[in-house]
Design a protein around this ligand. Structure first.
Ligand SMILES: *Cc1c(COP(=O)(O)O)cnc(C)c1O
Length: 445
């Protein structure tokens, strides 16, 4: 983009100046609507209930195909944990100070895929498998989906191929579930994808194709190659309704967990939820679900790395998927591989626009500091991308958002959404921890 263009952009949206300089910023969304003001979205509460029912139909299959799901009878869910020790450390650190209660939604521990992609990715493949089986008369009268775990079904699915472009975690979830069902699955990976993720995928029977470029390029090539096969189905992270709906079901599950822990959510006791954001699909789906379940009492924030603020720029300028961070001279290079995305999902962002409260950005060094602090205080390991939400309470407290909404800060329940980590190999964990420890100094930021 020419200098004059950038100049114009900045005069129209002054926050862009800091964003382009890679400074951490917090943007409050002027378009957030109350639920009563929202008339039509491309998905609705009924779609979300249908999604929950599909999960229920497949639960017997999942319990049979994945031993780790036996105990939960095929339900893929993660715990909600209070992180009071971390909060205590935060209260002595001006860089992270906060009020209210602090919880971690541990999608880092989601079985089968080890990240939040177990929600959207597995859902989309199950949805497609059911559709194929129904269309081909394999399911007439079948009540028990354990049948998906049979030679007959696997041979049937072998004629079909599934493709996906991924920085890593989406590829893992699509690869694992597709290969298990019998599909011929190919994962198109960007240059920043971690080596261990490629290895793991290959061991599960997926084809891994590597690209020198970033996530956007891997998706473009994956989409082209998959569609070249008449029996090819592409899981399109830049534009997928089914990924979105798969993520949304997290909200009803979270409500159950809050009820079980007797945590009140109402106007005086609002929920603040902080979700790490790549293309905006997983945080968007979760935010959509949460707004359906908790209405205006939930305040959803996205967080992106300062080097990959694709969704923030898309929302701020209103240009959505038409702009990428590269257009603004931002390099899209971050250690948070799950968030290294330069351009937002068209589908998800057009919905999030009305639902979310804002977006803040975070520097990579802070991701590692937070990883270290969480591990040290709570003995919970999550991957660098997944730590971004932990900075949320402080980032929002620094704005006038809480005062504007007449909220008593001590009555907020903060939930940082920990989006991944379970599959990270021990050696990498140690490296991350040591790096965070070296970077951390309580009074400096
Ligand atoms: C995918 C991912 C995200 C972001 O999800 P999007 O749908 O790309 O916005 C965040 N954290 C981790 C660990 C992820 O794998």
């Amino acid at each position: 983009m020419a200098f004059t263009d950038l100049h114009q952009w900045i005069s129209e949206y002054p926050l862009l100046e800091k964003i382009i300089k890679l400074k951490p910023v917090t943007w409050i969304n002027p378009s957030r609507k109350r639920m009563t003001e929202i008339t039509s979205l491309p998905v609705n509460q009924h779609d979300m209930q249908e999604a929950e029912l599909l999960w229920q139909r497949f639960a017997p299959y999942l319990a049979k195909a994945f031993p780790e799901l036996k105990e939960t009878k095929g339900v893929i869910e993660s715990p909600l944990r209070e992180i009071a020790n971390l909060k205590k450390i935060f209260s002595g650190d001006p860089a992270f100070q906060m009020d209210g209660d602090f919880f971690l939604k541990c999608d880092s521990e989601l079985p089968v895929a080890g990240s939040i992609k177990a929600r959207g990715g597995i859902f989309e493949v199950l949805h497609y498998a059911e559709e194929l089986a129904t269309q081909n008369g394999l399911l007439s009268g079948v009540e028990n989906y354990e049948i998906f775990d049979s030679e007959k079904f696997k041979q049937f699915f072998q004629q079909y191929s599934i493709g996906v472009g991924s920085t890593g975690n989406l590829g893992l979830s699509i690869g694992i579930i597709s290969a298990k069902l019998g599909f011929n699955v190919s994962v198109y990976m960007s240059a920043d994808a971690k080596e261990w993720k490629k290895k793991l995928l290959r061991s599960k029977g997926a084809n891994v194709l590597e690209f020198a470029g970033d996530f956007g390029e891997a998706i473009t090539e994956g989409r082209r190659a998959t569609h070249a096969d008449p029996k090819g189905y592409f899981v399109d992270d830049e534009n997928s309704k089914y990924l979105f709906l798969g993520y949304s079901v997290a909200a009803t599950r979270l409500k159950q967990q809050l009820d079980e822990q007797s945590i009140r959510v109402d106007e005086q006791h609002p929920l603040f939820v902080y979700s790490p954001c790549g293309v905006g699909g997983s945080p968007g789906g979760v935010a959509f679900g949460l707004r359906q379940v908790f209405g205006d009492c939930v305040h959803c924030f996205f967080v992106e790395p300062t080097h990959s603020p694709g969704v923030l720029i898309g929302l701020l300028t209103g240009k959505m998927e038409k702009v990428s961070v590269h257009d603004f001279g931002i390099d899209n290079r971050t250690e948070a591989d799950g968030l290294a995305v330069g351009r937002p999902s068209a589908f998800a962002t057009s919905i999030s626009k009305w639902l979310i409260s804002g977006v803040y950005t975070i520097e990579d060094d802070d991701l590692f500091r937070l990883l270290y602090l969480l591990a040290k205080s709570e003995n919970i390991f999550i991957e660098p991308s997944a730590t971004a939400g932990l900075a949320g309470p402080h980032a929002i407290a620094a704005t006038d958002y809480i005062a504007q909404h007449r909220i008593n800060p001590s009555q907020i329940t903060h939930i940082a959404w920990a989006t991944g980590g379970a599959f990270v190999p021990t050696e990498e964990r140690d490296d991350f921890y040591q790096k965070g420890k070296a970077l951390y100094a309580p009074t400096l930021k």
